[in-house]
Design a protein around this ligand. Structure first.
Ligand code: HSE
Length: 429
């Protein structure tokens, strides 16, 4: 029996270096648990002469993929490059040559996951990806293993730390989105280009990965309805709070009679819902099943070492598979077994702020327009008068999104309507 597992890391960004540091630091702990010595044998980095945050000693670093692919002694490739290409080609070639792969690459998996799993299956190699959703939180492992006997009904998650940080500060300080985003960038909590975080794409990728695993059917980024937090104002947060809700950017994945719902949008959650208490850059994922009930996993969703720990957990699992000769045991390839529910057919509750002329009968006119499209109201609150107009805040009962849209179009045409200020969805009631 061999006693060494050789690893290559491809991509020496923050996370790749974190994996290298952890691997070198914890080699004794890993060896004790796994019965193999894990050796970092090669590093691939496009900028191969870049300054690293650790002493790589004699570990060779190269800018040439062929140096890794062509080394028959590499058992596991850890992909921390990110992006679609060349990561996709490298992962495909590594799997085809019988190397196992661990990746944190949500961009790639959300678009081409099933294609890559098919290559893994054909090759009998493992492709693990725990770090792609929720960083250190073992949500994918839980969905694939612990919760596997019970059909998953719903997965709702705060899966983006940047936006949770911004929304938390907007709620705590009453600040504006753009000022807090600028401050978050200054403090290093938001990227220089924050678009994929604040516009919801990062959460959308994670929603695609979570939905595919939870519901055993292919869901890609293009299937996910996505709305970010750029339009959320301090008043939205304040009024939602006054009515007992927090506003969170959620990835929502549900299986309904009509198919799979996969959507990302700012969402009002009752303060009694456990996800509403998740603050700052933390992530949490809340899962519902008919038999296990409710499970919530909480932790660090990003960052060098939380992500590196998830990656090394996958490495450890692959090593166990090698040891017991059962590589490929968790690889599933899903086709489009279930349809995606179009957003117009999704049923939710809505929170709506309307600026209306302050005159008798105005509420009756609005409720008439709503009832025409089957929108029934749960609560109506009148806020302060703004320059003679009345701000009213409504929360609806469950309504089909398409009906709500048509009702809003009609409300927008009413003479009494000065402005439809905000429309947001409500979950977790
Ligand atoms: N930018 C992400 C976040 C981490 O803010 O959570 C990587 O997915």
């Amino acid at each position: 029996m061999m006693d060494t597992i050789n690893i290559a890391i491809i991509g020496m960004g923050t996370v790749g270096q974190g994996v290298a540091i952890m691997l070198l630091k914890q080699s004794e702990l890993l060896e004790k648990q796994l019965g193999y010595k894990l050796v970092l044998k090669r590093i691939l980095e496009k900028f191969y002469d870049k300054q690293l945050d650790f002493d790589r000693g004699g570990i060779p670093i190269s800018g040439e993929w062929q140096d890794v692919l062509g080394d028959p002694d590499i058992h596991i490739v850890v992909e921390t490059m990110g992006g679609i290409e060349p990561a996709k080609t490298f992962i495909t070639e590594a799997l085809r040559s019988g190397k196992h792969v661990v990746t944190a690459n949500k961009d790639l998996l959300a678009l081409h996951g099933q294609e890559l799993f098919a290559v893994a299956k054909e090759s009998g190699a493992d492709l693990y990806f725990e770090a792609s959703v929720g960083g250190a939180i073992p949500i994918l492992y839980s969905l694939r293993q612990n919760l596997t006997s019970d059909p998953i009904q719903e997965v709702m998650g705060i899966v983006n730390g940047t936006t949770n940080y911004i929304l938390t500060r907007m709620a705590d300080e009453g600040g504006d989105f753009s000022a807090i985003l600028a401050d978050a960038q200054r403090l290093g909590y938001a990227e220089v280009n924050p678009a994929s975080d604040v516009e919801g794409t990062d959460s959308g990728r994670k929603a695609a990965i979570l939905s595919s695993l939870a519901f055993h059917s292919q869901v890609t980024l293009d299937d996910v309805y996505i709305q970010g937090i750029t339009e959320i104002t301090r008043e939205d947060i304040l009024f939602a709070e006054q009515m007992g809700y927090a506003i969170k950017l959620l990835a929502i994945c549900k299986e309904t009679a009509g198919g799979i719902e996969a959507r990302v949008h700012p969402t009002l959650l009752p303060k009694s819902h456990p996800l509403s208490t998740v603050q700052d850059t933390f992530n949490a994922i809340f899962v519902k099943g008919g038999h296990f009930g409710e499970v919530m996993l909480y932790g660090r969703g990003a960052g060098r070492f939380p992500t590196a720990c998830a990656i090394l957990g996958d490495v450890a699992e692959i090593v166990r598979n090698i040891r017991f000769n059962c590589s490929g045991r968790l690889t599933r390839v899903y086709g489009r077994e279930k349809g995606i529910v179009p957003i117009d057919d999704v049923e939710t509750r809505f929170f709506m702020r309307l600026l209306l002329a302050d005159m008798p009968g105005v509420l009756a006119v609005v409720t008439k327009a709503l009832s025409k499209y089957n929108v029934s109201l749960e609560t109506v609150n009148q806020m302060d008068l703004i320059e003679g107009d009345a701000e009213l805040v409504f929360v609806t009962h469950l309504v089909r999104e398409g009906d709500m849209r048509r009702a809003l179009e009609e409300i927008g045409r009413l003479e009494v309507t000065k402005k439809i200020v905000t429309v947001l969805r409500v979950e977790g009631v």
